[in-house]
Design a binder for this molecule. Structure first.
Ligand SMILES: C[S@@+](CC[C@H](N)C(=O)[O-])C[C@H]1O[C@@H](n2cnc3c(N)ncnc32)[C@H](O)[C@@H]1O
Length: 265
């Protein structure tokens, strides 16, 4: 596994280390059971694989950004004949997840620092359920788009701001903060990709519901995924109890997911 020095990151795209480290620890702790709980991530990877299967692919570097255990790349390699024999670089900041990734090569890298130099003029940049963890998702997405070579593809999925309305409602009713990760809105992301020179071939905002969740099951599910890092301090026990009391048991948990497929002009 190669570790590139952070000093090579562009100055305007440097990481704020504390939150990044919290995210890395969260995924690292749960790496062993990530795939068991990542049903939605698996389904989205499959869908992206199907969407890509007839696309032409130019020569040049290919990478999966925030690849984790490789769910997206495995689906792409399975469905997309143009990727045969050229598995995307598996880039992630979490060594425990990369260690479970059967594809290679892997690269430990914090995406808050922009993309590493070998991905300049990439032919393919893919990413699923990772961009929302970065400090500045829209500027990073624009940077990804700018790094593509003409004709290169951007293939992206991530949860967006319409996710978890049940959590927001319960927090409002309980009069406590909603301490979930703040998710980016879909529209500024689409604008960022376009500003980076990518023409959108496909864009969809999908809603997926996990039935019979409620508060406790939701928080447990996110913890089991390793996805419980937050920029806000956790609720103290009294407020947490109030939140759960206002979160009806058995309500579904709704994810809003942006799917984007675009080509560099
Ligand atoms: C929910 S997992 C998704 C993994 C994989 N793409 C999938 O679809 O299963 C989020 C991934 O983003 C990675 N990640 C989060 N913040 C990151 C950062 N700043 N730099 C690189 N990877 C990051 C995590 O380590 C984790 O592997």
């Amino acid at each position: 596994m190669t570790v590139l020095p952070l000093a090579s990151a562009p100055a305007d795209l440097r990481a704020t280390p504390d939150f990044s480290a919290q995210v890395r620890r969260g995924f690292g702790r749960q790496a062993g059971s990530y795939e068991h709980h990542a049903r939605l991530q698996q389904a989205v990877a499959w869908r992206l694989g199907r969407l890509c299967r007839t696309l032409p692919l130019a020569a040049g570097p290919c990478a999966d950004l925030g690849a984790g255990s490789g769910l997206l790349s495995r689906a792409l390699v399975q469905h997309w004949p143009a990727l045969a024999g050229r598995s995307p670089l598996q880039l992630d900041q979490c060594p425990e997840l990369l260690a479970r990734n059967p594809l290679g090569p892997g690269l430990l890298w914090d995406l808050n620092n922009g993309l590493p130099q070998p991905l300049e003029r990439a032919a393919l940049l893919v990413s699923s359920f990772a961009l929302q963890w970065l400090d500045a998702p829209a500027p990073q997405l624009r940077h990804w788009a700018e790094q593509l070579r003409p004709g290169g593809w951007l293939v992206l999925a991530l949860p967006t701001s319409g996710s978890f309305p049940q959590w927001h409602q319960a927090a409002a009713r309980a009069g406590v903060a909603c301490t979930g990760l703040g998710l980016p809105a879909a529209q500024p992301l689409l604008a960022a990709a376009a500003a980076g020179g990518v023409t959108l071939a496909r864009q969809q905002v999908l809603r997926f519901s996990r039935p019979r969740q409620g508060g406790l099951a939701t928080l447990r599910h996110l913890r089991q995924l390793g996805a419980s890092a937050s920029r806000q301090p956790p609720l103290p026990p009294g407020k947490l109890r109030r939140l759960l009391a206002h979160w009806p048991a058995g309500t579904p948990l709704t994810w809003e997911v942006l799917l984007l497929l675009g080509r560099k002009d």
